[in-house]
Design a protein around this ligand. Structure first.
Ligand code: SF4
Ligand code: ZN
Length: 305
């Protein structure tokens, strides 16, 4: 097949837009959408610090490279990477060197935060408890957000960049919708408002399908960590991934439609659920929408096991 733009051999077929693209035009298509997404979410400042959460997987590595690219020409804007070491034997130790090499290549300062120091327990210990075994990813997600937010705040970041892609976003929307958790639905990132103690999230890859991130990383020779977390099979998200992939197969563009519908109803949800009104957790002082934050609730639950 030939590129729809220049007739060179195509590197990929973009099903939802019906276009074949060569390497050069795929890269242009990819980067222009990431830049537009960053602008749509408020853009980067010309100075200060931007923190990027980097696990070493393809999405976060691509996000780091793209933010560095967008920040080029802004000498007063520093990019820092934050890696959360959850304490997963045989998994995280292998991805951290990948993050280190990417940071070295880009001249980015790396900060490593350990679960054990912030959450009190490593993920391997959490997964040994009854509740932790059944809901490993739920614990991991809450404690990871806590670690990233605390580290980003400590380095004085104005934004916390994450590698969430289109597939992740569509899955999170459908998951919260099916659970009936409308309040959480109203609070999914990216965040437009600055709330005390909570570093606003920026999601440059929000409109990019996961497979396109993988292709971009491969075509541009980015080093990424490819391995599956030993707890990944218990993730609730897997069911929603399978459903959305099936829908996308029959109706290309479904993921974009889910996210775009969500964006259209978001202003109403934000108003209804008073998004922007954040209080301090009575136990730890971290920002929360309730009285006690989810991380403290989970720590209590772990103590009881
Ligand atoms: Fe954490 Fe689950 Fe991801 Fe493993 S798969 S790193 S436990 S969220
Ligand atoms: Zn708390």
């Amino acid at each position: 097949m030939r590129c729809s733009k220049c007739k060179r051999p195509a590197a990929t077929f973009i099903r939802y837009s019906g276009r074949h693209l060569c390497e050069k035009h795929f890269n242009e298509f990819f980067e222009s959408r990431v830049k537009a997404e960053v602008r749509r979410q408020g853009g980067l400042h010309s100075k200060g610090v931007i923190a990027v959460g980097v696990s070493g997987g393809k999405d976060s590595v691509v996000a780091l490279h793209m933010i560095k690219k967008i920040a080029a020409g802004r000498p007063n804007l520093q990019i820092h990477a934050i890696t959360v070491d959850e304490g997963i034997e045989g998994y995280r130790q292998e991805s951290i060197p990948v993050v280190r090499r990417n940071c070295k290549k880009l001249g980015v300062t790396l900060h490593i935060v350990k679960f054990k120091e912030i959450a009190g327990k490593a993920m391997d210990e959490i997964a040994k408890t009854k509740d932790g075994k059944a809901r490993a990813c739920a614990y991991c997600g809450v404690f990871r957000r806590l670690c990233l937010n605390a580290a980003a705040r400590q380095i004085g970041a104005s934004h916390l960049v994450t590698g969430h892609n289109l597939d992740d976003t569509a899955q999170s929307i459908l998951m919260n919708f099916c659970r009936g958790d409308v309040s959480k639905l109203a609070r999914l990132g990216p965040h437009k408002n600055v709330q005390p103690g909570l570093i606003p999230r920026l999601e440059p890859l929000r409109s990019i399908p996961e497979k396109e991130n993988a292709l971009y990383a491969m075509l541009n020779g980015l080093e990424v960590h490819i391995a599956e977390c030993p707890y990944a099979r218990s993730a609730q998200r897997n069911k929603y991934r399978a459903i959305i992939n099936e829908l996308e197969l029959h109706s290309p563009g479904t993921r974009h439609a889910i996210v775009s519908t969500y964006d259209q109803i978001l202003p109403t949800l934000e108003k209804e659920f008073h998004v922007g009104e954040v209080s301090k957790c009575k136990k730890c002082g971290e920002p929360t929408s309730g009285k006690v934050c989810m991380a403290c609730e989970m720590k209590e639950r772990l103590k009881a096991k």
